[in-house]
Design a protein around this ligand. Structure first.
Ligand code: SF4
Length: 193
């Protein structure tokens, strides 16, 4: 769908320069999705892996974040092989609804209530990032945290349109449950993609 060099705004790599490759296509259907234009893959041009990788390399980045849409709808083996052949770090952002393919240096698993994740994602997640839209999402976040690896980093992130209401609850929750960390979408404060 698009690619751009920016600052990773969320999660463990927040604040790092990162080149984003956003793949078109998503069948998860989050009501609050802020990239609904990504859902229809056919609305976006086909781009070769060679072209994606060479543009990423040219940007000067060290980290490539593959996102969507929902990137696990695709076999990502060749894309990640080509990125790693150029010495680039491979990070993915996914809701984990299909089995993960490819070779990844960092897996950010962000489950969504609108489609149940595939059970295989829990063993891959380096980072669990749960978007908090309402109070019941804390219980739901714990259900996922119970299934990830012991060293998986746990983040709670307010949904952008609900930040005013949810952030105070998240702050209290993290203070009472310090295995969690707060993630804010700092790219939105910086007005960058
Ligand atoms: S998984 Fe991501 S791209 Fe897909 S609907 Fe949800 S927020 Fe949007």
């Amino acid at each position: 769908m698009e690619s751009f060099y920016t600052i990773q705004g969320e999660g463990h790599y927040q604040g790092y320069a990162a080149y984003f490759i956003r793949l078109g296509g998503c069948d998860v259907g989050c009501v609050w999705c802020d990239v609904k234009e990504s859902w229809d893959a056919s609305a976006h041009p086909m781009v070769s892996i060679e072209s994606m990788v060479s543009e990423a390399k040219k940007s000067g980045t060290e980290i490539v974040v593959v996102t969507g849409g929902e990137p696990v709808m695709y076999d990502l083996t060749q894309l990640t092989q080509a990125l790693k052949a150029e010495g680039l770090m491979t990070n993915i952002e996914t809701s984990g609804v299909y089995p993960l393919t490819g070779t990844w240096d960092w897996v950010c698993f962000s489950p969504k209530k609108f489609k149940t994740p595939h059970t295989s994602i829990y063993g891959h997640a380096d980072e669990l990032k749960v978007v908090i839209y309402n109070k019941s999402d804390f219980t739901w976040a714990e259900e996922h945290a119970a299934n990830v690896k012991d060293d998986c980093i746990l983040f709670l992130q307010p949904e952008w349109s609900r930040e005013k209401e949810m952030l105070p609850l998240i702050i209290d929750y993290v203070k009472n449950n310090p295995k969690w960390k707060v993630s804010l979408q700092i790219h939105k404060y910086m007005n960058i993609p």
